[in-house]
Design a protein around this ligand. Structure first.
Ligand code: HEM
Length: 522
């Protein structure tokens, strides 16, 4: 559990997310799906933008009138689309900012995860610039203010031969071509944003880009409601002969504009540059002390690709076999992408703690926390268990569990192969196993909870064997501020175990067919 400023923020977020779970339910909690919500809002903005474009007059003379026409005469479809376009853009800013703070709190931006952070930084600017160019097109007084302020700011940079603010000196000076350029930018920049969003998720496999349906419906419904209650309005036609006085600012998309009026352009550009560079450099300030990447042991790898399927960071890939073994493929780890969560080790069919002969090796292992060490920690943790009901807890480092007797920490609970549960129970190391991961829908390693549940439910390889008494296994998904709930669940589990008929710990005989399979898999 992180300490200091980030730890403080993280606990705050965790509490907010708890509240979100109560209000929306874990599946529809917006705080757990901010990236996906960002994508969803982008599509709303894109769809409504295309619709608005059908009615919009791209000439500077008629632009304002065409926007007014769609907001007045055709308010019931085009006006609603306009409001949706505006409010979804505003919400996208809010969602993006909360998303980046959350990723920071969860410490998911350093080490090999720098890529998502770094590619997120330009998204901030693309979102803002898309919104700013959108406000120009309405060609009302706010548009005039935004256009004049932006061009004056741009003119400070020595990139344009002619000052572009001259376009706004008088109504006659504003050329239709310049306005068309603005229309072009308002289409081109969101397209670049889309490309940048796609790049942003390239280092996470199975990135969640669609929010849960109830959440999507709720967001769309709320936006439509706001569109009806508070329809987007223009602020009077632009008049370059007059300076706009009273203006309503969109504080989501234009929060810097009042500042631009007060501060010299050099300060604004300098501030923007420092913010961008500083923000982009955050993953290295300070850099994360990274664990070593997973390692492949070809003698135990038949290229079955389960680890490739399960890796949340697209860090494992299938490559042609190199050791002459009779399999077409083997796996290779891209160390630049591996966060050492151990999920690959948990997915490997060779990861069996039952083996007695030779060194305990598997097909893919963590050099800093190998399967062998996990088994040792489990055995020594079990030896220290006290009382009549002995519960061994396999706990995620990022969840609710705190160090204590019988708690073995893992970078992700999906690092524990299902055979480890079998091993603990069938060898009588404990009466019950509690798997304590991150809060539901909020796995630190994105897919750990999903894979663990699927393996236990026997819907995803490697399956938890049927012989494992399911009543002796409990999963608790709880965030870092839910230690008390985890304790309550453990006590309730202990009570259930106590009520079970006592049975002698199962002794695995040499002739046990599953044991033979274990040995054969080595
Ligand atoms: C248009 C705005 C953005 C959208 C639509 C977006 C979308 C996403 C999506 C879909 C994911 C994957 C979530 C998952 O499946 O677990 C993600 C992850 C992430 N995003 Fe964003 N994002 C946006 C902006 C940003 C910004 C501005 C930053 C930070 C500067 C950022 C930093 C991250 C990080 C660090 C991750 C985590 C990657 C990991 O788990 O390793 N994002 N984003």
């Amino acid at each position: 559990m992180s300490t200091g400023f980030r730890g403080y923020l993280r606990r705050g977020f965790d509490r907010l997310e708890r509240a979100g779970d109560v209000v929306f339910g874990p599946d529809a909690n917006p705080l757990a799906q901010l990236g996906a919500l960002g994508w969803f809002l982008f599509w709303i903005v894109a769809a409504t933008g295309i619709y608005l474009f059908i009615f919009f007059d791209t000439g500077v003379v008629n632009a304002y009138a065409s926007v007014e026409w769609l907001s007045d005469a055709h308010w019931f479809h085009a006006g609603v689309a306009r409001s949706l376009h505006r409010y979804a853009s505003d919400l996208m800013v809010a969602v993006m900012l909360i998303h980046l703070v959350r990723e920071f709190c969860l410490d998911r931006y350093r080490g090999v995860r720098w890529f998502s952070w770094l590619t997120g930084v330009p998204l901030i600017w693309f979102v803002y610039i898309s919104g700013i160019t959108g406000y120009w097109l309405v060609w009302d007084m706010l548009a005039q203010y935004v256009a004049v302020t932006s061009t004056e700011l741009l003119d400070w940079l020595p990139i344009f031969g002619e000052p572009i603010a001259r376009n706004f000196l008088s109504p006659e000076a504003l050329s239709g071509r310049f306005f068309t350029l603005m229309v072009f930018l308002h289409i081109a920049i969101p397209l670049i944003l889309l490309l940048a969003m796609w790049i942003h998720i390239q280092r996470v496999s199975r990135a969640r880009v669609n929010p849960a349906r109830p959440l999507a419906a709720m967001v769309l419904g709320s936006l439509i409601l706001v569109a009806f209650v508070l329809p987007a309005q223009s602020q009077g036609p632009a008049d370059l002969a007059r300076e706009p006085t009273e203006l309503g600012i969109d504080w989501f998309l234009l929060p810097l504009y009042p500042l631009i009026n007060i501060l010299p352009p050099g300060v604004i550009w300098g501030g923007a540059a420092i913010f961008t560079v500083g923000f982009a450099a955050l993953p290295w300030l300070p850099a994360q002390r990274a664990n070593r990447a997973a390692e492949v042991f070809l003698d135990h790898c038949n290229g079955c690709a389960r680890c490739v399927e399960d890796c949340p960071y697209a860090a494992v890939e299938l490559v042609p076999r190199t050791d002459g073994a009779p399999f077409p493929h083997q796996v290779a780890v891209n160390a630049g992408r591996c966060v050492a969560c151990g999920i690959c080790m948990g997915s490997c069919p060779s990861s069996s703690p039952f083996r007695r002969v030779g060194d305990l090796l598997t097909g893919i292992d963590l050099p800093d926390y190998p399967l062998k060490e996990l088994r040792e920690r489990v055995i020594s943790g079990a030896l220290r268990l006290e009382g009549s009901i002995r519960i061994l807890t396999l706990a995620c480092e990022h969840g609710a569990a705190r160090p204590g007797l019988g708690t073995v920490f893992l970078p992700c609970v999906a690092m524990a192969p299902p055979s480890l549960i079998d091993f603990i129970l069938s060898r009588g190391h404990a009466d019950g196993v509690c798997v304590a991961g991150c809060a539901e829908e909020r796995c630190q390693n994105r897919l750990g909870i999903e894979w663990t549940e699927a393996r236990f439910a026997r819907t995803r390889d490697p399956y938890l064997r049927r012989r494992v008494p399911r009543e002796r296994l409990v999963t608790v998904w709880a965030g870092p501020t839910e230690t008390a709930r985890l304790e309550r669940e453990r006590v309730a589990f202990a009570d259930r175990l106590a009520a079970l008929p006592t049975e002698a710990p199962r002794v695995v005989r040499q002739s046990d067919p599953e044991r033979v399979l274990d040995e054969a898999a080595m």
